[in-house]
Design a binder for this molecule. Structure first.
Ligand SMILES: Cc1ncc(COP(=O)(O)O)c(C=O)c1O
Length: 390
């Protein structure tokens, strides 16, 4: 369908970026008033804030009581790298990837850690690899939700409860929007900047009892910089998991995370957050199913993300163009919507196939997704007309 009528209303909030993501509805800088600025993070109040952040994380994310939760440096990347460098090498590892971030972890393990006993299990954008080919006697590294392809694992069913290896899961664009099955996961990482709309620079590292056991029984052959060190004298540094961070965190960011967690708790916790992401994605799905020019990049509907919703342009005339012209067409839609202040940052990730990526995480209001949809049709129709007359 073409829509050449300028839509009457714009989304009240045009922030649809996949990270940093929209702040929670109603957020203003006043939410940060209680931040203990100018105080040591090791003061009583500083430590109390960090401890509260860990405790609220456990409550809202429904993390089992016997799992450790730590706030670590360098956002999600920092948390993942700490896990890879601290845990891997004890046994073979299966590296499972289907988009850019997962591929980044594959390349780290093969080219930087140089682990010889590493298998790659990969798929192209839009697909999941054959999960049944994973050997769970090995350690396994994977991304729960592939942010750059909008493909997620449908559940943790592919992971056996009695595995011998550890499962290390980058869950940054899944945490707080999808049901992470903690009994199937030994390491879970994420950043505050995603589903909760918090700030970047801090990561969260969650460890199962089996991951802690590995840390305390295995010492990697390579040197470990201070920023990655989770053990001392063969014992887990417990302080990291009670708020005594490795180095100095931003108490402003911590306050912002506490605000986001408070909002999430008030909403009804994890279930409510998941429901918001699902409702946002449902609005896109309803439209995409009746719209001929657009389709999900995720081939199997069961693997479609409810956060990083990736769409490709499948209009036959546009698909007939060469790859550069298709990318330019998608970019023209994105630039138009940006200029109109209808939607910011909705272009496909730089390494992904061209198209659109619309964040549908919990901080996005469904009314805003609904308001965006007629603009997508309008932008497509006007850009296509411009192309025809060029
Ligand atoms: C799946 C995934 N992993 C890792 C990252 C990197 O996260 P950060 O920049 O918070 O370190 C991202 C960021 O978008 C991501 O989507």
């Amino acid at each position: 369908m073409t829509n050449m009528t300028l839509p009457a209303t714009k989304p009240a909030n045009p922030n649809f970026s996949s990270g940093p993501c929209a702040k929670r509805p109603g957020w203003t800088p006043a939410a940060l008033t209680d931040a203990p600025l100018g105080r040591s993070h090791r003061s009583k109040i500083g430590k109390a804030k960090l401890k509260e952040a860990i405790e609220l994380t456990r409550e809202v994310l429904e993390v089992p009581a016997d799992y450790k939760i730590g706030i670590v440096p360098a956002s999600d990347t920092g948390a993942v790298e700490m896990a890879l460098w601290s845990l891997l090498g004890e046994r073979p590892v299966d590296m499972v990837a289907w988009e850019s971030f997962g591929s980044g972890w594959v390349s780290d393990v093969l080219k930087q850690l140089k682990l010889a006993d590493a298998r790659k299990i990969e798929a192209d954008y839009g697909e999941l690899p054959d999960l049944s080919s994973i050997d769970f006697d090995h350690d396994v590294v994977f991304t729960w939700n592939g942010t750059t392809s909008g493909v997620r694992v449908p559940s943790g069913d592919f992971i056996p409860a009695d595995r011998k290896g550890l499962t290390i899961c980058d869950a940054t664009s899944a945490a707080f929007a999808q049901d992470l099955e903690f009994d199937k996961l030994d390491v879970v990482t994420y950043s505050w900047q995603k589903v909760l709309g918090g700030e970047a620079a801090h990561g969260v590292l969650i460890l199962s009892p089996r991951a802690v056991e590995r840390l305390e029984s295995y010492t990697p052959a390579w040197p470990m910089p201070k920023i990655f060190r989770l053990t001392k004298g063969g014992k887990l540094i417990d302080g990291i998991f009670s708020g005594a961070t490795i180095n100095t965190p931003s108490m402003l960011c911590v306050e912002d995370y506490l605000d986001a967690l408070g909002w999430a708790k008030e909403l009804g916790g994890l279930k409510a957050l998941i429901a918001r992401a699902d409702a946002n994605t449902a609005a896109i799905t309803t439209w995409a199913e009746k719209t001929q020019w657009v389709d999900f990049l995720a081939v199997d509907p069961a693997t479609r993300s409810n956060t990083s919703v990736c769409l490709k342009i499948v209009d036959p005339e546009i698909s007939a163009l060469d790859a550069d012209a298709q990318a330019a067409f998608a970019k023209a839609i994105v630039s138009f919507l940006d200029k109109e202040e209808v939607a910011f940052d909705i272009g496909a990730y730089r390494d992904a196939p061209s198209g659109l990526r619309i964040w549908c995480g919990a901080t996005v209001e469904t009314a805003n997704v609904e308001a965006l949809i007629p603009w997508l049709d309008y932008a497509f129709a006007t850009q296509k007309a411009a192309l025809a007359s060029a």
